[in-house]
Design a protein. Structure first.
Ligand code: ADP
Length: 262
C-alpha cells in the first residue's frame, strides 16, 4: 500500500499543527494576562471612590456633621465620588456590551455637521465654564452625508469633545474638521489647543483605564474608559481612529466614516 503522504509532507503537517498550537497557547496567555490586568485596574478604580465616600461618611458620623464649616463640603465630596462611580458603571456596561459583540451597528443616513453642532450644544455649558469656543473649521461647512449609527457616533463625538474640554486650557478652542478623503470615506477630526500628551503615551491612550495623568483624570471626573469606547465604536463601523498630540500644544483625534450613497 502506498502511503498517501511522504515523510516530508507528514513532518511539515506536524510542524504546522505545532506552530498553530503554540500560537493558540500564546493567545490564551495574553488573554489571561489581559483579564488579570483588567480586574486589577477595575478593583482599583472601584475602590478609590468607595473609600472616599466611606471616609467622608465616617468623619461626618464621628462629629463633623455638627461642624457647619465642613459638613456641606464633605457631603458634596461624597456625592462627587458617587457620581463618578455611577459614570464608571455606565461606561463599564457600555464597554462590556461592545466587547461581547452584543451591540449591533444600525446605520443611518445623516449629515455629520448637524450631529457635531448638536453635540456642541449639549456640551456648551461645560465649555463655557472654561470659556472654550467650539467651531467647525472654515471650509468644512458644506454638509456631508455619512452612513453610520447616529447614536453611537454621537457617543464618539461626546467623548472626544468632552475630553477636549477636560484637557483643554482656559479660553481655548475646540475645532471640528470634516474632509472627504475619497468618494467613500470621510475623515472627522476634533482638535484642541489644550494640555496635549507626550509622544510615548499615544500608542496606549485607547487602552482601558490608561491615562497620562491619573490624578488629573480622576480629579476632573474621568473614568479612563472614554477612548476605549470610542475605539470600539469606530472599529465596529469597520473604520479607524488615530491621534496626534504635542505636550502643551494640543491634540487631534481623527476617525473615518463611510459616506452615504443615494
Ligand atoms: P478619561 O476618563 O481619563 O478622560 P479617556 O479614555 O477619555 O479617559 O482618555 C484617556 C486618557 O487620554 C486621559 O486620561 C488623558 O490622559 C488622555 N487624553 C484624552 N483626550 C485628551 C485630550 N484631548 N488632550 C490631552 N489628553 C487627552
Amino acid at each position: 500500500i502506498l502511503p498517501s503522504k511522504t515523510i516530508e509532507e507528514v513532518s511539515e503537517d506536524v510542524e504546522k499543527w505545532a506552530s498553530q498550537k503554540r500560537e493558540e497557547l500564546e493567545n490564551l496567555r495574553k488573554n489571561e494576562a489581559f483579564r488579570k490586568e483588567f480586574l486589577l485596574n477595575l478593583s482599583h478604580e472601584l475602590k478609590t471612590p468607595i473609600f472616599a465616600v466611606q471616609g467622608y461618611i465616617h468623619t461626618l458620623l464621628d462629629g463633623a456633621i455638627d461642624d457647619p464649616g465642613v459638613n456641606r463640603m464633605f457631603l458634596k465630596n461624597a456625592t462627587k465620588n458617587i457620581d463618578r462611580l455611577c459614570r464608571l458603571l455606565d461606561d463599564l456596561d457600555e464597554i462590556s456590551k461592545l466587547e461581547i459583540g452584543e451591540m449591533s451597528v444600525a446605520p443611518d443616513d445623516f449629515i455629520i455637521q448637524d450631529l457635531i453642532k448638536d453635540v456642541f450644544d449639549t456640551l456648551s455649558l461645560k465649555a463655557n465654564q472654561k470659556n472654550i469656543k467650539f467651531q467647525i473649521k472654515k471650509g468644512c461647512e458644506a454638509p456631508i452625508r455619512v452612513w453610520a449609527d447616529k447614536e453611537k457616533i454621537r457617543q464618539v463625538l461626546i467623548n472626544l469633545i468632552d475630553n477636549s474640554i477636560k484637557y483643554g486650557k482656559q479660553d481655548g478652542s475646540t475645532i471640528a474638521s470634516i474632509y472627504n478623503l475619497d468618494d467613500k470615506t470621510v475623515l472627522i477630526e476634533i482638535s484642541d489647543d489644550g494640555h496635549g500628551m507626550a509622544e510615548e503615551h499615544l500608542p496606549r491612550v485607547f487602552e482601558r483605564f490608561y491615562r497620562t495623568d491619573k490624578a488629573r483624570s480622576r480629579d476632573i471626573g474621568g473614568t479612563g474608559l472614554g477612548l476605549a469606547i470610542v475605539k470600539h465604536i469606530v472599529e465596529a463601523h469597520g473604520q479607524n481612529i488615530t491621534v496626534r498630540s504635542k505636550l502643551e500644544i494640543g491634540s487631534t483625534f481623527g476617525f473615518t466614516l463611510q459616506t452615504a450613497k443615494d
